[in-house]
Design a protein around this ligand. Sequence first.
Ligand code: IPD
Length: 270
Amino acid sequence: MPSNAELLAIALTVARRAGELARQRREAGVEVAASKSSLSDIVTQADRESENLIRQAIAAARPNDGFFGEESGGAEGTSGLTWVVDPIDGTVNYFYGIPSYAVSVAVVEGDPDPLTWRTLAGAVVNPANGEVYTASEGGGAHLNGRQLRVKENTELELALVGTGFGYDAAKRVRQARIVAELIGKVRDVRRIGAASLDLCNVAAGRLDAYYERGLNPWDHAAGALIAREAGATVGGLGDARENDELIVAAQPGLFTQLNPLIQAAYADWV
Ligand code: IPD
């Protein structure tokens, strides 16, 4: 079994290479290749190229591991490890040239299900500003090599809270109603547009908290580890771990104030 440090080195290398590819394609101009779950849920040629690069590099380095990617789906391995990959998180930002998009690469042990997996290492690379976030289980979280810690002791009314919206129009309207309830209780709300970076922003103290319903596993696999390793509490609906129903990440003191509000808001949403 490789060490977490060895796995992190692979995650970082492939995320950096894919980030550089995405940055070059962005400079050359981006076009939508296809729509997915709705017209606004787009995939670009660069998403596909980025995922191909990552998939091939991981297959070369770790041929017996599984793969679970946003664009090309999954393949089971035999080693018990699976690489969970978002080749470009924040695709709409990428399409518009907003410099908040990222390549997210994580490696997990166990079934590729966030309810039960154990995340061993992860890297989130924002090629537009050169920021590289990394974490390994028990090894702390880092931004360009500098150790990260969440901010401490923010009261709810002073909290800057990030969130996001899914691509389904009816669900977005419900999500917006919950934001409308929350915004009177906190400092302000941010919708940055890349879940992996939202979680890294919590780790770096640039957001006090982040929550979202309906994320896919590749959106949060690396970012949740980075937030946890920086000292954040991360959870899902009720007592469950984070998953596609809900993710809430915040500094521990704030989590105890914010989480009940979010749980109550989502309680009747099945
Ligand atoms: C999306 C982004 C966005 C979040 C959406 C995700 P994508 O991922 O992370 O911030 O609000 O729920 O689907 O489609 O850009 O990879």
